[in-house]
Design a protein around this ligand. Structure first.
Ligand SMILES: *Cc1c(COP(=O)(O)O)cnc(C)c1O
Length: 458
């Protein structure tokens, strides 16, 4: 099946002569080899030279139950021989319906409608457009205010298409394209890295909420929605905050008549310890965006869950022209939906959330020793995510200059020891598939330790 694909070096050469990879300065590959993967099984990836890598970051946070998972494989093989894809306007199919039913069942109460798209950024675009369009549809009733703006948090990430990029706030991704982006209102983050000595996450998060409350009070008339990553700002260096912020935000959004969009694309499906992060604040957002883990890391698919109230604002006679306007060719792809169904079946059959609780305790234990490292300023955890912040000065928290690329040194070291870690700048994190075992968790931590030792030596 692999033809001339024999060894890493020759395959890498072919790749680099024709491909352009995401999130990559391609010139880096003059120095750092690109790694061709031949097979994946469980938490392990194997390259063409026979080296194995523990996938400690779930292949960009998507994989939940391992590579070539037998349950998902079987479901997909069956789907492949039944229906691969069909137009999703005017037509429907079994897997799309069953998955939507399941998503309505497992997401917070009140989210009763499922709109499919095919990646995370697209789901964010859908939620933004739906929110805006809802208020516009309501504007047919006299007295409704004109809402066109969005509120977002500092250091947030919601994807990289232009709308999603506009509501994000990580300078690395955003600054270059700033002239192309719509204006948004940005509120300081509840990111608990910045709390005072001795201050609890909850105290800091609620204190920071005052800034959001003020902004909502001042701008509610022109704002469609607040968009937020519940509990963990993942691409923004795995910065975390307390559920109390979500609770306060839900109350304020209702009070000021502004939608709440929960972007659970990275944190959904068990990452934060509960199936969805919003559960920890016992809230129902007006929109919930899901992708990444939705198909267990198999196929691109996303979903926006929303309420009957939102849905009804679009439901009218054709001539009123209130229907939602958004479509992707691959909306509701049958293979992707089936992978999603199989993924949710595994959650139900294998007691995943309960087992993850034990794994997360183990992840906390193996991360203990990082606290005392002279170049680590913070070790933080929310459920199945542990993040370790590497700094130049532990006491002042002065970061290493980004040009030194210390995180990259950790990455290279870890690869040489058989672990795929992919630090965000100088933040090393663990976000493994849920089928990782105790030995593998220890290996992941030992290798991260070795990598940090080496990267902070001079
Ligand atoms: C990854 C991510 C996205 C974008 O999803 P893509 O499928 O990469 O477009 C959006 N929001 C959050 C919180 C993410 O982590």
């Amino acid at each position: 099946m692999t033809g001339h694909f024999k060894d890493n070096q020759t395959i890498a050469k072919r790749d680099l002569s024709v491909l352009w990879h995401p999130c990559t300065q391609m010139k880096d590959h003059e120095t750092f080899p690109i790694i061709p993967i031949k097979t994946g099984q469980g938490v392990w990836l194997e390259d063409f030279d026979g080296n194995r890598y523990l996938d400690a970051i779930s292949s960009w946070w998507v994989n939940l139950f391992g590579h070539t998972n037998p349950t998902i494989n079987a479901a997909l093989k069956d789907q492949l021989d039944t229906l691969e894809h069909v137009i999703f306007a005017g037509f429907t199919h079994e897997s799309a319906i069953k998955l939507a039913e399941k998503l309505v069942e497992v997401t917070p109460t009140g989210l009763n409608r499922c709109f499919y798209a095919d990646n995370g950024s697209a789901a964010v675009e859908v939620a933004l457009k739906m929110s805006f369009h809802y208020w516009r549809n309501l504007c047919h009733n006299p007295g409704q205010p004109k809402k066109t703006k969005f509120i977002t948090l500092e250091n947030s990430y919601h994807g990289e298409t232009l709308g999603a990029l506009a509501v994000g706030n990580v300078p690395l991704y955003k600054e270059t394209y700033a002239p192309l982006l719509m204006d948004v209102i940005t509120v300081p983050s509840p990111d608990c890295y910045h709390r005072e000595d001795g201050e609890s996450w909850a105290a800091y998060s609620s204190r920071r909420f005052e800034l959001m409350e003020n902004t909502l009070r001042d701008h509610a008339e022109t704002v469609c929605a607040v968009i937020i990553e519940p509990l963990v700002q993942c691409a923004g260096n795995m910065r975390m905050y307390d559920p109390v912020y979500l609770k306060l935000l839900r109350e304020a959004c209702s009070k000021y008549n502004v939608h709440l969009i929960a972007d659970e694309i990275a944190v959904g499906f068990g990452r934060t310890g509960t199936l969805f992060a919003c559960e920890q604040a016992a809230i129902t957002p007006d929109f919930m965006c899901l992708s990444k883990g939705l198909t267990g890391g198999y196929l691109p698919l996303s979903a926006v869950l929303t309420t009957d109230d939102i849905y009804q604002a679009f439901y009218d006679d054709y001539q009123k022209l209130t229907a939602f306007l958004h479509s992707h060719s691959y909306t509701g792809n049958a293979l992707a939906c089936r992978a999603g169904l199989a993924t949710l079946e595994i959650f139900q059959q294998k007691n995943v959330i309960e087992n993850n609780h034990n794994l997360s305790i183990l992840m906390a234990q193996v991360s203990e020793r990082f606290h005392d490292h002279p170049h680590i300023s913070d070790v933080r955890q929310t459920g199945m995510i542990v993040a370790i912040e590497m700094v130049k000065n532990k006491h002042t928290r002065e970061p290493y200059p980004w040009q030194e690329r210390r995180g990259l040194r950790v990455y290279q070291y870890a690869l040489s020891k058989g672990v795929l870690l992919r630090p965000l700048g100088n933040v090393i994190y663990f976000m493994p598939p849920y089928i990782i075992n105790e030995d593998e968790i220890r290996l992941m931590a030992d290798v991260a330790w070795g990598g940090i030792q080496q990267a902070t030596r001079d």
